[in-house]
Design a protein around this ligand. Sequence first.
Ligand code: FA5
Length: 352
Amino acid sequence: MTQSTAQSIEELTQTALGELVLLDNSEALEQWRVRYLGRRGGLTGILRGLSQLDIEQRREVGALGNRAKSTLEDELEKRSQEISQARLAQVADLERIDVTLPGRPVATGRLHPTTQVVREITDAFVAMGFSIVEGPEVEWDHYNFEMLNIPQGHPARDMWNTLWVDYVNEEGQRPMLLRTHTSPMQARVMESAQPPVRVIVPGKCYRYEATDATHEWHFYQVEGLAVDEGITFADLKGTLFEFARRLFGSERKVRFRCDYFPFVEPGVDMSIDCFSCQGTDSSCRICRGSGWIEIMGAGMVHPQVLAGVGYDAEKYTGFAFGLGPERIAMLKYGIDDIRHFYSNDLRFLRQF
Ligand code: FA5
């Protein structure tokens, strides 16, 4: 009996130690402890059976059992420390900086396609001697309409569906609006400078309009104004032809047609041939089958506008134009809907 109990203790100890070295986490260690050293564990069971031995044998086998118990406890403690050290080393490894690894690419932003095209347009005019000025987006009726030969009640006001600002003055009028075009800067510039004037004005405009493939309710314009002695319609055409050549190349067709704007006389609009169908598709969403896309309004500054800012309209003449950068970006890049510009779809914006 003594012999076989001693052998069982020896075998159990060897099995337990063999299993212990394979364990690698604290849950497995706890299960191992319960299996061998717990109240119902293997070694505890053997030691409980000692009561049946006589006193001499009990002492002998008991000492053996106690040694086995403390061996298992010591080894358990050792393994537990090994596992926690291995974990600490693993964490340290993860935190270590490997300077030989390639860096993570930094996602850089980019200029919005409208901004890129506004810069191209302004660069083209700056190269022709124009300077850049900017003006307020919240504007007075006075500059947006009155100084441009469009008094209260003038039917031409219907050409610009206006977003009025909710401010009522002492006379009960609402004299403030979100500018419908960049033309109010014509009057502001001429009020503050004497000829010769050669400026371009990039900026945002707003209209109370239903949107479609070529109309947004907010969009950019670039206004141009040149006033001096002896400026003629030929200067207007020459400047705008040169602009079209710089932006689109000489192969693109340009068309001028008579148009009406109360602040110019004569007035024209300038169009470029349709990039999408070249006039061959009567259902084209871009040109509606006409083959032309209007990109700007222009004309010779109306003598009344010159006189309104105190210029001598007998002495000075000038031309002005207002063009739409989004329409120009559409032409350059073959974009078929203006609403893509401000819908903030990164798949669209990342292409530029
Ligand atoms: C004007 O706004 C005049 N101020 C232009 C002008 C300036 C004429 C100086 C004469 C002298 P018009 O409403 O046509 O004109 O707009 C000019 C250009 O702005 C258009 O050719 C077009 O390119 C762009 N544009 C107008 N409305 C919109 C819109 N809703 N969405 C996008 N672009 C527009």
